[in-house]
Design a protein around this ligand. Structure first.
Ligand code: SF4
Ligand code: SF4
Length: 320
């Protein structure tokens, strides 16, 4: 997917059918058109015969819990190898600062703090290497809580007890500007005081405070009204890391050859607009890199019954 298109979709634009296709993609589309009716149903049935694995989800949850436990244990045992929380920390003397928090602090105080610049640079390089929004799904403690809340929402929705009321995805871009302006005008990092990422991270390390009531309220709202509301429609952290990940070497790629277009991947994805290429005639080429908003969570890779989605490092052979 072209960089500009990928960024526009991340900011809220609706994905479009490609204007043109490569000859290879056209030939493959034609071959797929011949498979229809009972034959297509049989292929889908066979593909679903095996139970899908949770391999990447399990690896990711273990990583997320380990990263957060390092902060908790380091503070608890006063090891001082890792100090601070996910939003700002010192690891063996190196400063780390969450990109979005750093931007908010600099906008609010209107100064460029050298430690913050060093910390931001280190984090920028790290998350560029690891895929940008990898921060969301592989380290953010709120992401894990929201994933569990999403399972509850889906279970209740199946029983018709709740309904998802989706918002416009562009709301996140608008709120990004609103939070930046609030920091400039108020001289206070307004977003930081309501960000569940920082609140949960600090609650784990230093013990829960009143702010956790807000986090629990958010989770309850996501269960009852809007599936994954915070991560999908509000959080500016995701957008900041999305920009970083747009040019990252680590990405998810799609190969249309064996794809059945039945959409299992899109059902499990936090940002299904990046998987639009898995719909019939939406992939401009046989291989397509998934867009910037992808959190590299691996859920679609686990869910895909035909192995059509993979992690890849750009320029290197397939990872797995
Ligand atoms: S495209 Fe796949 S890896 Fe990316 S966010 Fe969606 S489910 Fe996760
Ligand atoms: S890529 Fe998506 S639509 Fe295609 S086979 Fe895999 S899960 Fe189904």
């Amino acid at each position: 997917m072209k960089l500009l298109t990928s960024l526009k979709i991340m900011l809220g634009a609706a994905p479009q059918r490609p204007a043109s296709y490569t000859p290879e993609a056209l030939a493959m589309q034609e071959a797929k058109r011949q498979v229809k009716g009972p034959e297509r149903a049989r292929q889908i049935r066979e593909a679903h015969a095996e139970k899908h694995s949770n391999k990447w989800r399990n690896i990711r949850w273990a990583t997320l819990i380990t990263v957060n436990m390092i902060f908790v244990l380091s503070f608890g045992f006063d090891v001082q190898l890792v100090e601070g929380s996910l939003t700002a920390s010192r690891v063996i003397g190196f400063h780390f600062a969450d990109l979005n928090s750093a931007i908010q602090v600099m906008l609010a105080y209107k100064v460029i703090l050298i430690n913050l610049v060093i910390g931001t640079g280190t984090v920028l390089f790290l998350w560029w290497l690891l895929g940008g929004r990898t921060f969301c799904s592989w380290t953010c403690p709120y992401h894990l809580l929201a994933e569990i809340a999403e399972k509850v929402h889906l279970a209740l929705a199946k029983r018709k007890m709740v309904v998802d009321y989706p918002l416009h995805r562009g709301s996140r871009s608008v709120l990004y500007v609103v939070f930046a302006l609030l920091a400039v005008v108020s001289g206070y990092t307004v977003f930081e005081s309501i960000s569940p990422t920082g609140i949960v991270s600090r609650a784990l390390i230093y013990g829960p405070g009143l702010a956790m009531v807000w986090v629990l309220g958010l989770l309850a709202y996501e269960i009852i009204f809007i599936r994954r509301m915070w991560c999908r429609y509000i959080c500016p952290i995701g957008l900041t890391y999305g920009f970083v990940g747009a040019v990252s070497p680590l990405r998810v790629t799609y190969n249309m050859e064996n794809c059945l277009n039945e959409g299992d991947c899109r059902k499990v994805c936090l940002v299904p607009h990046v998987l639009e290429c898995t719909k019939k005639t939406y992939a401009e080429d046989v291989n397509v890199a998934i867009g910037a908003d992808c959190t590299r969570c691996g859920l679609c890779i686990d869910a895909c019954p035909t192995g059509s989605l993979k992690f890849e490092v750009k320029g290197l052979n397939k990872l797995l």
